[in-house]
Design a protein around this ligand. Structure first.
Ligand SMILES: [Ca+2]
Ligand SMILES: [Ca+2]
Length: 395
């Protein structure tokens, strides 16, 4: 139950950050909307706590209200440019993506028409009702997503996140396998996957400029840490496009107190798509200075802090840490202490595959997180990712 509540809290962060584009949940139909609302209220309260604290979603909005349509704002119309003469016909068939222990539908072509389109993300059970017996894989063939990666040396699974705080690997939880019923090759573009350590950051100026600008909306004293990136040539022009995750938070428990040197430090998890010219498309995330530097103390309504409350040790947990600057200007691991439910926003995982048989790849983005959506992007005529379909995942 506790784990579920933690997931719900993270989900509420997703909502607060606008990460769930167009997340118009249907009251009374969601399995947990009251809890989500409760937790969203808590997160918003937490985000607005203290005069030094401020939060930003990854869009440009200054208000605290969730920016629900961020991904659509940043991505052109889902159907723009899709009717060009050069576009091959869709092939009848279906594709499911593995999500933890189940398969969720992401494409279904009947008589050349895509059945899985929506303007708003839908809950899995609504899709299930619509598809009936076709909701689950039927006569499907399993494809291992490792096939999209170039070379075993650069393989996603041959690059285990190394020691300590980098141990948490979201990539195994979802998107490592698809099921397909159809007659085409799904993996038509090769992808390089890179994951970075504190010591070996990629040094890509475009990425740094983009993410630093996002972080500086909230804090000028927070280190930028690029976690991982997928690199691929989506338009075949010989120059790589990329999808990049940046985050300074990690799961790491049992750490000694070591608060950051400054009070206005931020926590963030951000994802962006980069064109080969370095321009970026926001793919969601969250940045805020919501973690207090005052001792965590439920009576003072401080639920997440870099500082321990010695008066109430048995109610305090520590399983998250953030990379911040110490007084010497070095990047240090600063544990986050908390009362009650609190978790970090995980990084997105992606998969690039042709899921509708027209020879062009689609992009799937997902979180290793219950209830969070799997989003399908189609590339438009300018090779910009446009939201086509999204399904909220089950617990
Ligand atoms: Ca390219
Ligand atoms: Ca396609």
């Amino acid at each position: 139950m506790k784990r579920i509540l933690i997931f719900l809290l993270v989900l509420s962060i997703l909502f607060a950050s606008g990460c769930l584009h167009d997340s118009t949940l249907n009251p009374g139909k969601t399995p947990s909307d009251s809890t989500v609302a409760e937790n969203t209220a808590k997160v918003n309260a937490s985000l607005s706590k203290g005069s030094a604290s401020e939060s930003k979603d990854s869009g440009d909005k200054d208000d605290v209200m969730p920016n629900m349509s961020e991904e659509r704002i940043n991505a052109p119309d889902a159907n723009a440019g899709l009717s060009g003469d050069d576009r091959a016909a869709l092939k009848d068939g279906a594709v499911w993506v593995k999500y933890f222990n189940t398969f969720l539908p992401v494409s279904r072509i009947v008589d050349g028409q895509q059945q899985l389109l929506n303007k708003e993300p839908e809950w899995y059970f609504e899709i299930q009702k619509r598809l009936g017996a076709n909701y689950e894989p039927n006569k499907a063939v399993i494809f291992d997503a490792r096939k999209i990666y170039i070379g075993s040396k650069d393989n996603i699974y041959d690059n285990p996140l190394s020691e300590g705080a980098w141990l948490y690997n979201p990539l195994g939880a979802s998107g490592d396998v698809i099921a397909m019923s159809g007659d085409w090759e799904p993996f038509v573009i090769k992808v390089r996957y890179e994951c970075y350590s504190l010591e070996s950051q990629p040094g890509n100026q475009s990425w740094e400029n983009y993410f630093n600008a996002k972080i500086k909306e909230v804090s000028t004293t927070t280190p930028l840490i690029i976690k991982n990136a997928w690199l691929f040539d989506i338009d075949g022009d010989g120059r790589e496009e990329s999808i990049v995750n940046a985050s300074n938070t990690v799961f790491s428990s049992g750490l000694e107190q070591s608060p950051p040197a400054r009070k206005d430090t931020a926590i963030y998890t951000l994802t962006a798509y980069f064109n080969s010219d370095g321009t970026a498309i926001d793919m969601g995330g969250h940045v805020s200075a919501s973690v207090s530097s005052e001792p965590v103390n439920s009576q003072n309504n401080i639920h997440e802090s870099y500082t321990f409350d010695e008066n109430n040790p048995k109610y305090i947990e520590q399983f998250i840490a953030a990379y911040q600057y110490d007084r010497n200007g070095n990047v240090a691991v600063c544990p986050i202490f908390n009362y009650g439910e609190y978790s970090r926003l995980p990084e997105k995982n992606i998969l690039i595959a042709d899921i509708d048989g027209d020879g062009r790849v689609e992009l799937l983005a997902m979180f290793p997180l219950i209830y969070a959506p799997i989003t399908v992007y189609q590339f438009n005529e300018n090779w910009q990712p446009c939201v086509q379909f999204a399904i909220y995942t089950p617990a």
